[in-house]
Design a protein around this ligand. Sequence first.
Ligand SMILES: [Zn+2]
Length: 406
Amino acid sequence: MPKINSVQTHLLRVLSLVYRHESISRTRLATSTGYSSFLISKLTERLLKGDFIREMGAGESSGGRPPTLLSINPGIGHLVGVHMGTINLRLAVTDMCGRVLAHKIEKSLVDKGPDEALNHLLETIFDLLKAARISRHKLSGVGMGISGLLDRERGITLSWPKVPSWANVPVRSFLEDNLGTFVEVDDTPRTMALAEKRYGKARNSEEFVYLTFGAGIGAALFLHGKLYAGQGGFAGEFGHTTIDEHGPLCSCGNRGCVEALVSASIIIRQAEEGLAMDLSPQLRLITQQNGGRVTLEGISSAAQANDRFCLGLLLETGVRVGTGIVSLVNLLNPELIVLGGGLPKAAGKWLLPSINRVVQERAMQGPSSQVSIVLSDLTEVDWARGAALLVSENALRSALLKAVGS
Ligand SMILES: [Zn+2]
């Protein structure tokens, strides 16, 4: 990486602060950086001239003349965010302020193998750029969240138990070679947590845990406002916390992990067993209307219609999730835990009361009195928007260095 001079360093610092705030005054920029008002005035003038930032109108006055607020120019770059799960692929093209210009949700094709799935992804990115009327040469970066175990530094999938053909696939270099832009790859709980921090309920939280419950179970830890990765980048394997040492075998080889007890497929299987024993008349009705398929949404609707079996199943699931969360609360003392993914989306309102009850009963009094547990209200398109955040600051940095020279 070429060396950058002190003017570039100052410009980058100010640009990054403007980016991290929806809008910010020059006075606050001076306080946050420690730069003089004169220097801030010169730097912002240069950023305004280069179209990196724009003036937004007046903010709140603290006595004198109301300050003019600055924000990022949304058109200074365009990003693609990708969320590739085992079942679905979600994509979004955004401007630099995260506004969605085009999006798509479709089958991910990961089960067809890496070649077919990645070529399909590339075609879909080209289609979306066309729909958003953005030339592929104007693309500033691609951020991608992907399920499976990753070497995040190199953007390679190490393994993906549900689709074994994805061992050692260089996802990042495939996209970089074909798109000629920055690409960053990270695992899906982390990119979903980025979305939650920027657009969701964790906007004002520095210490929070994001948990995702779907086909698999994952976690991302935000400590002191930053994503925590652990020594080797593997932090957040909440799904493999043991909550019942005699419980069922898990895909990791252990018994009684959270994932072995409350993943979407396990809950659906338990509901199917209930149906086979004729325990759930409401779910039978709903499933018949759904072409014979048991879904999480169906289980939730049956609970809504007061089906005792489904109410019991979701209550028991909430107790199990809560039992796993007790350890997180005791260990990390987070201010907020956000529950996202398919299960909370479909049935969160049935899970939350028992989760809260278990946490209040079993976690230490100090941390349990300080934590709020909430359901995410972000959409699947927001998950893709969150992945784009992996590259946003790098894209800004590169555009700025290109514009101001070295
Ligand atoms: Zn496990």
